[in-house]
Structure formats: structure tokens, C-alpha cells
Design a protein around this ligand. Structure first.
Ligand code: G3D
Length: 201
């Protein structure tokens, strides 16, 4: 009886845990996105004042539950000297969210360079990738088609993985639900696929 009840308890309450990295250049809006995500998906979370958020130095973390999935986010600093630390987290990650500042055309090639380096990592092969075209509230910002065109020669490196480019305004929350729900669907589906070669010991 105990076994039956504990099995039932686990079935109902136990969560499958997934690690999702939030990457992108500094000032892209990663921390704002994470705060907005926590506010939207955690019932009792009293979010920070989004206008008071300053750029990520080091690491911000956050956890949300969506159905039976628990997503643990690691928002890593995007400054050049911190980008070298990103790959230390790749082996643990089930999903990647890459945030682009759609208002910063000047740094778009820098963002693309960091993006290409990240997706070229063998360790991330097959890991679902959500690209957020953030700050869509700003007039005359780059649109999703503009960003897809700018990143078009990176497309072959994306390889066979789930990938979505999502317009987003982290500050107001537009596009956040769509992005997170897509990510949950992909990481859950991906975990049931055969292990990646690198995972086989
Ligand atoms: P980071 O964690 O990637 O470094 P932050 O980026 O989340 O700290 O955001 C950097 C700046 O961009 C912040 O402004 C933040 O308010 C702003 N920002 C983030 N998302 C959006 C958005 O969707 N729209 C607009 N208009 N601004 C956004 P400050 O002025 O504090 O530097």
C-alpha cells in the first residue's frame, strides 16, 4: 500500500528537471527576460522592478515549474571576458535561449560571432535553441526577418535541432509565454531521444 501511495505521490508531484542556459551579449535583456519569466510562471514570485535591473555580471539563476517539467535557468554574463565561461555549462544544459538586442545594429555582428561560437560546440549538438529578438517595443528595431537574414550564414551550423526565432519584449512580457512553452515542449521531447554521442560514457 505504501509503495502504491508513494508511487502515486511521485507520479503526481515529482518534476523532471531541465537546465536551460540564457546567453547573449551584455545588455541584450537576459536578466529582464528571466525576471519576467519567473513573474509569469511562478505564482508567489514577487518580481523585481524591471526598470531597476542592471546588466548581468556573473550568474543569475531561477526556477519555474510548467506541468511536470521544472526548468532551471542559468543566466550567464555576456561581457566578452565572461563569454569564455559559457562552455563550462554546456554539458549540463538541455536547452539554450539566446537573446539578441534588436535595437543594437552596431553590435549585431558581435552577437552573431558569439552565437556561432556557441552553436558550433559539439557538446550542444541537438540541444533545442530559442533565439529571442528582444526589445521589439522600440520603434524601428530589427524585425525577426532582419535578424534571420543577418544570421543566415549561421543556419547550417544550427544543424538538426529544434530552433525557433521568437519576437519578444522582455520588459512587457510579450512573446515570453510563447518562447517558454515552446522550450518546455522541446526539452521534454528531446530528453526521450537516444542520448547524444558525447553523453555515452
Ligand atoms: P542583460 O542581462 O542581458 O545584460 P538586462 O540585460 O536585462 O540587464 O537589460 C539591459 C537593458 O535593456 C536594461 O535597461 C533593460 O531595462 C533593457 N531592456 C531589457 N529588455 C527590454 C525590452 O524588451 N525593451 C526595452 N525597451 N528595453 C529592454 P537599462 O536602461 O537599465 O540599461
Amino acid at each position: 500500500m505504501y509503495t502504491l501511495l508513494s508511487g502515486l505521490y511521485k507520479y503526481v508531484f515529482q518534476k523532471d528537471e531541465y537546465c536551460v542556459l540564457i546567453l547573449g551579449l551584455d545588455n541584450a535583456g537576459k536578466t529582464t527576460f528571466l525576471e519576467q519569466t519567473k513573474t509569469k510562471f511562478s505564482k508567489n514570485y514577487k518580481g523585481m522592478n524591471l526598470s531597476k535591473i542592471t546588466t548581468t555580471v556573473g550568474l543569475n539563476i531561477g526556477t519555474i515549474d510548467v506541468g511536470k517539467a521544472r526548468l532551471m535557468f542559468w543566466d550567464l554574463g555576456g561581457q566578452e571576458e565572461l563569454q569564455s565561461l559559457w562552455d563550462k555549462y554546456y554539458a549540463e544544459s538541455h536547452g539554450i535561449i539566446y537573446v539578441i538586442d534588436s535595437t543594437d545594429e552596431e553590435r549585431l555582428s558581435e552577437s552573431k560571432e558569439a552565437f556561432e561560437k556557441m552553436i558550433s560546440s559539439d557538446v550542444l549538438e541537438g540541444v533545442p535553441l530559442l533565439v529571442l529578438a528582444n526589445k521589439q517595443d522600440v520603434p524601428n528595431c530589427l524585425s525577426v526577418p532582419d535578424i534571420k537574414t543577418a544570421f543566415s550564414d549561421s543556419a547550417p551550423k544550427i544543424g538538426k535541432r529544434d530552433c525557433l526565432v521568437q519576437p519578444c519584449t522582455a520588459l512587457t512580457g510579450d512573446g515570453v509565454n510563447e518562447g517558454i512553452e515552446w522550450m518546455v515542449k522541446c526539452v521534454v521531447r528531446n530528453i526521450h531521444r537516444p542520448p547524444r554521442q558525447k553523453d555515452i560514457t
